[in-house]
Design a protein around this ligand. Sequence first.
Ligand code: SF4
Ligand code: MG
Length: 327
Amino acid sequence: HALKKYFPVKNQFMTRKDLWVKAVDAVDFTVKKGEVLGIVGESGCGKSTLVNTLLFLHAPTAGTVFFDGKEIFKMKGEALRTARKDVQIVFQDPFWSLNPRWLVKDIVGEPLKVHKNLSSEAYLAAVQDIVEMVGLPRDAVYKYPHEFSGGQRQRIAIARALSVGPKLVVLDEPTSAIDVLSQSQVLALLDQLKERLKLTYIIISHDLGVVNYMASKIIVMYLGKIVEYGPAAEIFHSPKHPYTKALFHAIPGLETRSVDDLAAIAGEVPSAINPPGGCRFHPRCESCMEICRRQDPLMQMVENRQVACFLYHPPINLFKEDALGRK
Ligand code: SF4
Ligand code: MG
C-alpha cells in the first residue's frame, strides 16, 4: 500500500501539471498498537506532509492509509467521526497552537464539546482530571496560556489532544520549542501517558535524542522517500543507508543531535520539486556508484530492516543488460 502525495506546483501565473512536489513518494509503513514510530529527516523531507495525510487532511495522490483496519479516505459519517477522534495531534509550538484568548478549560475541553454531551459540572471535572493527568494543578483551568511556561504550555497541548481519548497520537516536534529540562520532563510524561492510556505514538522530530528515547521503530526520510525503516535500536546501533549513517555519525553527542545541523553531509538538500534522478541521495553520497545516477533503489530487507540502497542489493534489470552490462 505505497502512499504517494504529490502537490501541483503553483506559481503566480499558472499551475504546471507536469511539476509535482514529491513530498511523500511511495512511502510504505505500518504502525502497530502500542508502538512508537519515530520519523526523522531534514526540513522539507516530507515528514509533515506524511503526517497531514495520516490526519485525514490530504487525500493521497496514490495509495491508501489504513487505520484500525479501515481505509481512511473511504470512511464516511460516523466511522469517519470516530476515526478523527481516535487520531489526535500535538503540534510543535504550543505558543502558536493554543488560542491566547481562551482559558485552559476551553482549550483542553473544546474537543470534548464536539464529541461528548456533558453537563457543565461533568465537563469541568473531566477537563480538570485531564489537566491533572498531565501534571498541572486543577485550578490551571482558570488561566490563560500566557500564564504558563513553555513546558507547561506543551502539557496543555498534550491535555487537549488526550481529552477525547484517542488511540493514536501524532507528536510533531513535541519538545522543539521548550528548554532542555522541560524537554526531558515532557518526554517522561509522554512515556507514562502511553503506558497508562495504552496509546500509540507517531513522533516526528529533528532531534535524534528524542527519537532515540521514545521510538521503538523509526523511519528515516530523504526528499519524500523512506530510505531506511525498522527497529529503532538496531538502526541507531548500526545504520545501513549512507544518509542514515551520515545523520547518526555526523553530530557528536546524542543530546545535541539535530538533523538540521548536518554541515557534515556534503552539499545542500536538493529540491523536492525536481528531485535528482536515480537515487535521490546520490549527489551527496560518498558511496555513489554509476548505477545510482540511473536507477532509483527500492526498499529491500537488510538485517531486520528495510533499506533503499544499491550497496545492499543489486539493481533491477530495467535495461535488459546482459551479464557484462551491455544493453
Ligand atoms: Fe548512495 Fe547509491 Fe546507496 Fe544512493 S543507492 S545511497 S547513491 S550508494
Ligand atoms: Mg515540519
